[in-house]
Design a protein. Sequence first.
Length: 126
Amino acid sequence: MISYEAFKVAHLVAVLTLFAVLGGVAMHAANGGSRAGNLARRLAAGLHGTALLVAILSGFGLATRLDLLSGGLPLWIWGKLVLWMLAAALLALPYRRPALARPVLLFGFPPLAAAAAWLAVYKPGN
């Protein structure tokens, strides 16, 4: 049986990896790079997908360890799922709209991370 602490470490590593990949892709696009010009695009896509998978699996593992899923999904977990889907879609945005790469890097990622952290710490509606 996997411990709460192991799920938490896996979740945090996945989230940090996810934001590192998103930041790297956004920085590449902000500096004029294209998807075709990114020599590590397969690595970035693989890390992005793996981080998303580990984040959601470990997140549900954490919720199970805290016995939060017995009466259905709490509202804050639905919020985290919406943020997770947004993070999944953000990999393509810097290349599709290069002009948005800097604003997303500066004003999109920090509020996304803050919202996810706030939901996890305060668990509103629980």
